[in-house]
Design a protein around this ligand. Structure first.
Ligand SMILES: Cc1ncc(COP(=O)(O)O)c(C=O)c1O
Length: 359
């Protein structure tokens, strides 16, 4: 058949979504399966969110507010910036794509650490930019000096995933200061802080507070994780007004839906509950980390809502063994397995599966 789509896409791995727990439960004949594969928070929508969505539902025959004004204003107030510095998108993953589109022409380079968020290579390739991958260091984190050294005059963007998905590692203030000082002014540094709310290490900087005023820094955040809106797709960025305006220009029109805007506004009123849930996740993160280390796996310290098991060639086998026990995790064959922190009962089920898998 005549090829109708770009040949280079054939070489690109597809984004792997977490497997459906309903399908797995059916397959195993279990009442339910546990999904710890997509870095969601297990505690349900925040109070007030379902009501806000229900109310917004009666207006969905109309287009949403394309300027997302109420939500951008609320985010701006919350984070202490002007609304013209904020852009929202269909998840922060879409904003990442919009940033690439707003900055790169074919052949321009985007530098990122690898392994990192699996959407990065797909976004770079579909933008027709070139990926420059800098290997993670021996501790599974970003090697910022090597990333700075990888910048060329074709580089338009450097992605810094802090904490890093899937390894949970983070870069600290002194390293990031040095890195940002080394990056040329005409290269955009995107601090992807999807997991910021789970950070407890005081040396890991809040990108917005520490670097938000640097002209070439963009901070990406999401309401999918700590704020419990993964299914509604709301991400936002804070950048200098010209950069935010360029992103708003290339954004898919109306991609922050009416229900998403209403739900996000309701969720943002629940900061205290978010802090409470994050504290639960953090305490479970510490418990799971210790327990898996006792099984002999060198789990790096995580600052996110997941942990990384660097199992190399055993990753797929470990993932399959957990699935056979009704627990869906996220293996990256040849590299490791990412396991999201769930409720205490979900984590117990994972630990039992892990113990059996590693026996
Ligand atoms: C590092 C990182 N950035 C961005 C995202 C995208 O999140 P969303 O598109 O749901 O906002 C994710 C999701 O897994 C992520 O891990």
């Amino acid at each position: 058949m005549t090829k109708l789509t770009r040949a280079d896409l054939d070489a690109l791995p597809s984004y792997v979504p977490g497997r459906s727990p309903a399908d797995l439960a059916r397959e195993l004949g279990l009442p339910e399966a546990i999904k710890l594969a997509s870095n969601e928070v297990s505690y349900g929508p925040l109070p007030g969110v379902v009501e806000a969505i229900t109310e917004a539902a009666s207006t969905v025959h109309r287009y949403p507010d394309m300027g997302v004004l109420a939500l951008r204003t609320t985010l701006a107030e919350r984070y202490g910036v002007d609304p013209d510095r904020v852009a929202t998108g269909c998840g922060s993953v879409a904003l990442c794509e919009h940033l690439a589109r707003a900055t790169c022409l074919p052949g321009d380079e985007i530098v990122y650490s690898w392994r990192s968020f699996e959407a990065y290579p797909i976004i770079v390739a579909t933008t027709a930019a070139t990926s420059v991958r800098v290997p993670n260091d021996a501790s599974h984190g970003h090697d910022l000096d090597a990333m700075a050294a990888a910048i060329t005059d074709r580089t338009r963007v450097v992605l810094v995933c802090n904490p890093n998905n899937p390894t949970g590692t983070s870069v600290r203030r002194a390293q990031l200061d040095r890195f940002l000082n080394a990056v040329p002014d005409d290269v955009l540094v995107v601090l992807d802080e999807a997991y910021r709310e789970f950070v407890t290490d005081t040396e890991v900087p809040d990108g917005l507070r520490a670097y938000g005023d640097r002209p070439n820094v963009v901070v990406l955040r999401t309401l999918s994780k700590a704020w419990g809106l993964a299914g509604l797709r709301v991400g936002f960025l804070v950048a200098q007004p010209e950069v935010a305006a360029a992103v708003r220009k290339v954004v898919t029109p109306f991609s922050t839906s009416t229900t998403a805007q209403a739900a996000a506004l309701a969720a943002l009123q629940q900061a205290e509950e978010v802090r409470r849930r994050c504290a639960l996740v953090v305490s479970e993160r510490d418990r799971v980390t210790e327990a898996v280390r006792k099984l002999g796996v060198e789990v790096p310290d995580s600052q996110a809502n997941f942990v990384w098991l660097p199992l190399g060639g055993q990753a797929a086998q470990f993932g399959a063994a957990c699935e056979a026990r009704g627990v869906i995790v996220r293996p990256f064959q040849g590299d490791g397995v990412r396991v999201t922190i769930g409720t205490p009962a979900e984590n117990d089920a994972f630990l039992a599966a892990a113990e059996a898998a590693l026996a």
